[in-house]
Design a protein around this ligand. Structure first.
Ligand code: F0G
Length: 454
């Protein structure tokens, strides 16, 4: 195995600061043991998310200088539409202020109370919008999708047997759409295969159910298909993305991730679907040619979409994550394997077997990592899963801490620092105790909830 290498040079820098351990402890207390509530002045390496935190390219920045501000008919929009046509082969595009805005519009346009939405796995915001529209998310993941220690290269695949059974049980007319999430976030950034996407599309077509593709992490999924699926070993990322899009009715994405920009979009070749969604766009986002984005963001996204088809860009976080995961696994630190896109995921269930799930082991581990290192990660476990309608706790399928690697932001020595601190913390894991809520919002509680050690 070779070392990953940065295929870019760094010409603008931002100074970092490593606060002493005493300040880190104080900052964690001030933040209610919730890493979302930390201030960046107290953070050394920010691995909370790869959303909106990627390094931008010189070309993206220069495109932003020449954006065309107009309420309607902006040339920036037409440059985005040209990039969408070129990269995805899709004719109709609607900008939105970010990915969850696309999810909101899709739920408005497609989900009626009592409808089901089928997914390879849910994402927090995608589920919230389906729930708010009165629908219900049904997850159709494969048998080992939730195994944190696995060799399955495509844990994001949707299970076709479960798909057929869900349609049989409810009837296709009560299924609003099937959603395929590229590089499935909450199970550890795990991809699906092209073959699975084709099979899901064929089955969806046979029932007349639209296929909605969440492409927020599309370039990483394309990269994994190229690396892991024999049929595509010699295929370019651009060709893989176009082949994916031939199997999709509607694409939506957060522009903040693979596209290394801000904002988001919805795109399709179906005029009827375009018209149905467009009706809501000015109500919630803005006029059809800006949809809540600034024209500068639109320009950066247009360039970012083209750049993400470059293997040096598509692999920039994936190869570093592979190294990060491999090194930790060699040290016996429990991580999710195979390595996925977006982040190195630690398995808190195996890291902290002495903390019961009701005491939020993933939340406790995220807080401990910050105190031990100044590194901010994100809890992806029971704290990120809201209570059921009757107020009872819903224990998450997995207790993960995500250490996200924004594209081209950190260097290999930053990763080495993280590995060193995590090794230390694993040896001293008995120092870590459980958490309880002291302030608990009802919806998406992980964002603003405050906790305390038990
Ligand atoms: N879909 C996926 C797969 C995502 O990962 C995200 C965001 C969204 C939709 C929503 O997009 O943030 O632009 O509104 N993921 C971020 C994360 C927040 O940290 O994983 P958004």
């Amino acid at each position: 195995k070779v070392l990953p290498i940065e295929m870019h040079q760094i010409k603008i820098v931002q100074k970092t600061h490593l606060p002493p351990a005493s300040r880190r402890l104080e900052a964690m207390q001030e933040a209610g043991f919730n890493t979302f509530l930390l201030r960046t002045k107290d953070i050394f390496l920010d691995m909370l998310t790869d959303s909106g935190t990627n390094a931008m390219s010189d070309r993206q920045l220069s495109a932003m200088m020449a954006s065309d501000d107009a309420y309607a008919g902006s040339e920036s929009f037409f440059r985005l539409a040209a990039a969408v046509q070129e990269v995805f082969g899709l004719r109709f595009v609607m900008p939105v202020h970010q990915g969850r805005a696309a999810e909101h519009l899709l739920a408005k346009a497609f989900v009626k109370p009592g409808d089901a939405v089928l997914m390879n796995y849910h994402f927090t915001t995608s589920k919230a919008h389906v729930d708010l529209a009165g629908g219900r998310v049904i997850e159709l993941f494969g048998e080992d999708a939730l195994e944190t220690c696995s060799c399955n290269p495509f844990k994001g695949n949707l299970d076709l047997g479960k798909f057929a059974a869900a349609v049989e049980e409810r009837g296709p007319e009560r299924i609003a759409y099937v959603r395929m999430e590229a590089t499935t976030n909450l199970i550890g950034g795990q991809p699906f295969s092209m073959q699975n996407l084709r099979d899901v599309k064929a089955m969806a077509d046979s029932f007349g159910i639209p296929l909605v593709f969440d492409g927020s992490l599309i370039s990483e999924n394309a990269y994994f298909i190229q690396q892991r699926e024999a049929e595509f070993a010699g295929t370019t990322l651009q060709e893989i993305i176009l082949e994916m899009m031939r199997n999709v009715d509607i694409l939506y994405m957060s522009g903040r991730k693979s596209a290394a920009a801000r904002g988001g979009l919805i795109a399709t070749n179906r005029k009827d679907f375009y018209d149905r969604i467009l009706a809501w766009l000015p109500v919630y986002e803005g006029f059809a040619t800006y949809g809540g984005m600034s024209t500068k963001e639109i320009e950066a996204m247009a360039v970012g979409l083209r750049e993400m088809t470059d293997p040096a860009v598509a692999s920039s976080s994936a190869d570093f994550i592979e190294y990060f995961v491999r090194r930790l696994a060699e040290e016996g630190v429990p991580v999710v394997t195979p390595a996925g896109g977006l982040a190195c995921h630690l398995d808190a269930t195996r890291f902290l077997p002495h903390i019961p799930q009701s005491q939020y082991p993933a939340g406790a581990l995220a807080a401990a990592i910050y105190i031990a290192s100044g590194i901010r990660g994100m809890e992806r476990g029971t704290i990120s899963t809201d209570r059921g309608a009757d107020g009872s706790e819903t224990l998450a399928d997995m207790e993960l801490v995500r250490l996200a690697l924004p594209r081209r932001l950190y260097t290999l020595s930053h990763i080495e620092y993280a590995i060193d601190r995590l090794k230390w913390l694993f040896v001293h894991r008995e120092l870590i105790g459980g958490l309880k809520f002291v302030e608990e919002p009802a919806v998406l509680r992980f964002f603003f909830g405050r906790l305390a050690p038990i």
